[in-house]
Design a protein around this ligand. Structure first.
Ligand code: ZN
Ligand code: ZN
Length: 205
């Protein structure tokens, strides 16, 4: 007891001899960092005010993760890898869609043949109308698949619409030639075939 008391007193006197103590040093450091931060952000604000490349009146800190241009929130498109400007998003799509005019022609022709076959096959099926709900999409999808193979699997921005249009045009022409017109079911089958053809070309980016 008599030995412990002076030891504790020595420790207390040591701490007080440091004056402010180690705790105060920590606070000083933190204040310094805080000051440095505010100095940095102040200088960033002063020297680097950026404006949207499309809207020069809007200042922004947002940059495109592809071309690094500055852009406002209206121009930014959110992608899985960050914010991208509209032009880069579109450029990305254009690179993805590499279909040519000739490809569109091939797609339209192949799908028109598929469409033309649809009322013919329905005529063969006769009374089995339910079967048409399976067969019609199969014909449309099959025609689109052939079209994809003919064009080396190249897709154009509008390939899906061209395919669906081809199926409808071929189907309507064939329905008139075959049966002298088309009924509600023929129209329904053609719609199914066309949407199956469209779906074959629809891809997610
Ligand atoms: Zn960009
Ligand atoms: Zn903008």
């Amino acid at each position: 007891m008599g030995v412990e008391m002076p030891a504790a007193a020595k420790k207390l006197s040591f701490l007080s001899s440091l004056g402010k103590g180690p705790g105060h040093v920590d606070i000083d450091l933190r204040d310094g960092v805080k000051n440095m931060d505010s100095d940095m952000s102040k200088s960033t604000l002063e020297s680097e005010v950026h404006y949207c490349a499309v809207h020069p009146e809007r200042d922004t800190g947002l940059r495109c993760n592809r071309c690094e241009r500055y852009m406002c929130v209206d121009c930014a498109k959110r992608t899985p890898v960050g914010y991208t400007c509209r032009e880069c998003v579109r450029g990305h799509e254009d690179r993805f869609f590499e279909g040519t005019i000739l490809d569109y022609g091939l797609v339209a022709a192949a799908c028109a043949v598929g469409g033309a076959l649809t009322p013919f096959v329905m005529l063969l099926l006769g009374g089995f109308l339910i079967l048409g709900f399976i067969v019609a999409p199969a014909i449309g999808g099959g025609a689109a698949q052939i079209a994809l193979q003919l064009t080396g699997r190249r897709r154009g921005r509008y390939s899906g619409y061209v395919a669906a249009g081809g199926v409808l045009a071929g189907g309507i022409a064939s329905a008139f030639l075959l049966a002298g017109g088309f009924g509600l079911f023929t129209l329904l089958y053609l719609a199914l075939a066309a949407s199956a053809a469209y779906a074959r070309f629809k891809v997610s980016i």
